[in-house]
Design a protein around this ligand. Structure first.
Ligand code: 8P5
Length: 448
């Protein structure tokens, strides 16, 4: 068997987020988040599931760290719940909330696992939503204050920080499509939200530099490889517009200091100008230390005049394989994305901060044979290996997710974990993929 050997310092990790695993939604002084409100609103979440208990990680974090050690993770990416730190989003600090994360970081370091913190993974304090949320430019300054509390408390121990997780999803699923909290359907407001999120990213990076902290800071974007279904001009134009919509809308401001021209003009014609203040774009595009990439699938695009979104239509080839999310399995798209990012946007280190798949996992006699997830991960690891061989500086890879968890509007119906969670008993069971990943990490290689 041929072994593909990864660089000696390559980081193998796994990722989660606060609202998806912690539970304890109203414990120890935590304030409400927009996802507490959204999930408590009947009809928003599959089966009316909520994150009230989730994986009960808030109480079981020590057991979960033991499982991370058993898998052999080099690093663990998690997010901090802003309303657990600042129940009203601003003002008084909730010391019990802060203590939870201080203890989590200390236990991770003691276990030899590098903590990587995502400052914002969608759970905005509800008190700030009541003042307009991310559509209100004031939220930016509250985000900087929140980040500063964490930098002061954890900056000496945590060496890698991510300002935002997938601002595209926050903006366009939360404020345009209404599928995510806060459930607003207003595309003009979504564009202002996207801009305010980017400004908040820039100001937090600036604060991080001012505090002269030793670690690295970056942002995580959900990115996809976009392909035209045919060589026709119409299909290629539709694909280019999709590229600007799904990738360029955040990549261009962060790395080029401007929004993608064609789509920006379409939006301005349709909605008028959004509030962009002097200096915003310079702030947004200041240097960062790495880019986090969440990759799940590609986009295959053709032109359809009847499409409700600027003639853009996504095609799902019948001959492809799909995950339980109905996302096409397309590992080559990760290779193409990585090389494109390195050629067109940045020479900075790249981390796959999320990649993984949901399948209909069954637990039988205490085992979960998730061979499809092993195949999915192996093929995507091979794409990362190819990119590294071509000189792309990919430094690490975080499997989404460490454990089955609350999959947003899908509730608990989709299982992405390396670890199976029985939500009735909270019993954790390592899936076959966890044992496979354990060997990959141990050997720092994959057999093909
Ligand atoms: N329309 N539309 N779609 C645009 C693409 C959205 C794709 N979903 C993600 O990237 C989310 C990311 C999230 O960080 C994590 O919290 C989620 O659990 C995973 C799994 O869903 C992925």
């Amino acid at each position: 068997m041929t072994k593909l050997q990864f660089p000696l310092d390559f980081v193998w990790g796994s990722a989660t987020s606060s609202y998806q695993i912690e539970g304890a939604y109203d414990e120890d002084g935590k304030g409400e988040s927009i996802w507490d409100i959204f999930s408590h609103t009947l009809g928003k979440i599959n089966n009316n599931d909520t994150g009230d208990v989730a994986c009960d990680h808030y109480h079981r974090y020590k057991e979960d760290i033991e499982l991370m050690k058993e898998i052999g993770l080099d690093s663990y990416r998690f997010s901090i719940s802003w309303p657990r730190i600042l129940p009203n989003g601003k003002g008084e600090i909730n010391q019990k909330g802060l203590n939870f994360y201080k203890e989590l970081v200390d236990q991770l370091l003691e276990a030899g696992i590098e903590p990587v913190i995502t400052l914002y993974h969608w759970d905005l304090p509800q008190a700030l939503q009541e003042e307009g949320g991310w559509a209100n430019r004031d939220t930016i300054k509250y985000f900087v204050k929140y980040a500063e509390v964490l930098f002061d408390e954890l900056g000496a121990k945590v060496s890698q920080w991510i300002t935002h997780n997938e601002p595209w999803v926050v903006s366009f699923l939360g404020y345009a499509e209404g599928e995510h909290a806060p459930g607003i359907k207003d595309r003009k407001q979504a564009l202002q939200v996207a801009h305010n999120l980017l400004v908040s990213h820039g100001l937090v990076v600036k604060k991080f530099r001012e505090l002269d902290l030793t670690g690295d800071i970056g942002i995580t974007l959900n990115l996809t490889s976009v392909y035209s279904y045919s060589e026709t001009d119409k299909d290629q134009e539709a694909a280019q517009l999709m590229e600007e919509y799904i990738n360029g809308w955040f990549l261009d401001p962060v790395f080029k200091g401007s929004y993608p021209k064609k789509l920006a003009q379409i939006y301005e014609n349709q909605f008028g100008k959004i509030d962009i203040q002097a200096g915003d774009m310079d702030l947004i595009s200041q240097e960062i230390d790495f880019l986090g990439i969440n990759y799940y699938s590609r986009a295959l695009i053709n032109y359809n005049p009847n499409s409700k979104f600027y003639g853009i239509e996504s095609i799902k080839p019948a001959e492809s394989d799909y995950t339980a999310m109905n996302w096409e399995i397309y590992p080559d798209g990760l290779y193409d994305l990585l090389t494109k990012l390195n050629q067109e946007y940045t020479n900075k280190p790249l981390y796959i901060t999320e990649n993984g798949a949901a399948f209909d996992d069954q637990i039988i006699a205490g085992q979960v044979n998730d061979q499809r997830r092993i195949n999915y991960l192996k093929e995507h690891f091979k794409s990362v290996y190819r990119a590294i061989q071509d000189g792309v500086p990919v430094r690490g890879y975080y499997v989404w997710s460490l454990m089955d968890n609350f999959e947003w509007a899908y509730g608990y119906s989709k299982r992405f974990g390396l670890i199976y969670v029985d939500y009735n008993t909270q019993k954790r069971t390592l899936k076959d993929s966890a044992y496979w990943y354990q060997q990959v990490i141990e050997e720092n290689s994959i057999g093909i």
